[in-house]
Design a protein around this ligand. Structure first.
Ligand SMILES: Nc1nc2c(c(=O)[nH]1)N[C@H]1C(S)=C(S)[C@@H](COP(=O)(O)O)O[C@H]1N2
Ligand SMILES: [Mo]
Length: 421
């Protein structure tokens, strides 16, 4: 056997690492052989039972052919990058593919220098170092983080593009196993005074991003997270510690957390007055729209896939809700006229993404496919018309309406929302 002719891959490397050199006795040690193999990219057609494999390494690496990327990679202080939802399996986002949203860039914080001050309406104002936080009981929980701007901005009634990927549309969504200390533990430690009802969370980045959080949420399931998928939280996600508010809009999940002030009212920071309020159709705006409503997206088939032939295809996607568990995801393969429940893939966790799948026999005719999530409160993911009817068309935040993909008779898949207007 030999490498395929004209493959462009190194025939020399193949010869060097297999029969030629080994048979000639030129390789003296196993290490000689491995170093030769390890330096070369995969060779098409190579018989891997005939050459030694790589040795162990301190850090693992992706297969060279697998290149999922966060997109776009803009160079600006205020910027974002999106998770390639269509390339992932299961519900956990690899830490290096977790979406990013920074208002003032990523600070290079040295964990040993970092301090978290907790003060205000408390009995014992305290400065915590990371080593202090890690002495408290640890919790680990799987939760999504989603920017409330997710899904907005890509389209509106006048501009309905068709070349939109799941990543471009809803890639400001990621799920991790977060580890840290429950905020309630720390608040009990400092002793919250009677009359307190809110707190201010402040970030240690150049944006000094700050948000007000109701005390109820802080005492319920809020976490000071220092771990992400088993390792230290990444700098892009708030190293060494972030506020995690499960199910609440990404913005309130303050990264690089350096200060918590317990108060008896919201502080009305810039991020909750000029930003992160939702204009309504009557000219008013709703404020403190913290909870992320139920949502779902089909990630396969989606743009830019092309279905090569009619027949059985598995529709796959993700559903999530900030109100608890997803109880059902319905699929329509006929433009929203009829719906059938998809299968939900375990685990089905509270305030975490859930995988759904539905086996579909495509008859080869043009159609539009949609998904619709239902959560444990009975909330049903609305159509875009229902969303516009309730909230008007002037906000880019909390755009959780049903997503749609058009399947052409030629199998070409495109963003299909425009088909339904
Ligand atoms: N300190 C600080 N916290 C922050 C931000 C920021 O710019 N600075 N961005 C917020 C926004 S808008 C979102 S959507 C999430 C994004 O979290 P991620 O970058 O870990 O995905 O962090 C929030 N927390
Ligand atoms: Mo955000």
């Amino acid at each position: 056997m030999s490498p395929k002719e004209g493959s462009g891959l190194s025939r020399r490397a193949w010869l060097a690492t297999t029969s030629g050199v080994i048979a000639a006795g030129l390789l003296k040690t196993q290490a000689d052989a491995v170093s030769l193999v390890a330096q070369e990219a995969p060779v098409v057609g190579q018989d891997h039972t005939k050459v030694p494999g790589r040795f162990v390494s301190e850090l693992g690496q992706r297969a060279p052919g697998e290149r999922p990327r966060r997109l776009p990679r803009t160079q600006a202080l205020s910027s974002s990058s999106r998770t390639p939802l269509q390339d992932l399996h299961g519900i956990i986002t690899p830490a290096d593919l977790h979406f990013e949203r920074h208002h003032g860039g990523v600070p290079n914080i040295i964990a040993e220098e970092h301090e978290l001050m907790v003060h205000g309406m408390v009995d014992r104002p305290t400065v915590f170092r990371m080593a202090d936080l890690k002495r408290y009981p640890q919790s680990s929980r799987i939760h999504f983080v989603e920017c409330s701007g997710n899904g907005g901005g890509v389209y509106n009634r006048d501009r309905m593009p068709t070349d939109v990927t799941p990543q471009a549309l809803d890639g400001l969504l990621s799920t991790s196993e977060w580890s840290g200390v429950m905020l309630s533990t720390i608040l009990r430690e400092v002793g919250v005074r009677p009359g307190a009802s809110w707190l201010l969370a402040e970030g240690g980045d150049s944006a000094v991003m700050s948000r007000s959080v109701p005390l109820d949420k802080a005492m319920d399931d809020a976490m000071l997270a220092y771990g992400q998928n088993g390792e230290a939280i990444r700098p892009e996600q708030g190293y060494p510690v972030r506020l995690l508010l499960p199910g609440w809009e990404g913005n309130a999940n303050v990264k690089w957390l350096r200060r918590i002030e317990v108060t008896d009212q919201p502080t009305m920071t810039r991020e909750e007055t000029s930003r992160y309020t939702d204009p309504l159709k009557d000219g008013t705006a709703r404020q403190f729209s913290f909870v992320m409503d139920a949502k779902s997206i089909i990630t396969f088939p989606s743009y830019p896939y092309v279905l090569p032939e009619p027949g059985w295809w598995e529709i796959k996607g993700l559903a999530w809700t900030g109100r608890g568990r997803i109880t059902r995801v319905d699929i329509s393969t006929d433009r929203g006229v009829t719906w059938v429940p998809a299968e939900l893939q375990v685990p089905i966790l509270s305030k975490a993404t859930v995988r759904f799948r539905h086996l579909w026999e495509w008859d080869g005719r043009e159609t539009v496919i949609l998904s619709r999530a239902v959560d444990e409160t009975g909330y049903v993911q609305p159509t875009i018309q229902q969303l516009w009817e309730a909230r008007g068309e002037r906000t880019n935040y909390h755009q959780n309406h049903q997503r749609a993909w058009r399947i052409g008779a030629d199998g070409v898949v495109t963003f299909g929302l425009g088909e339904l207007l």
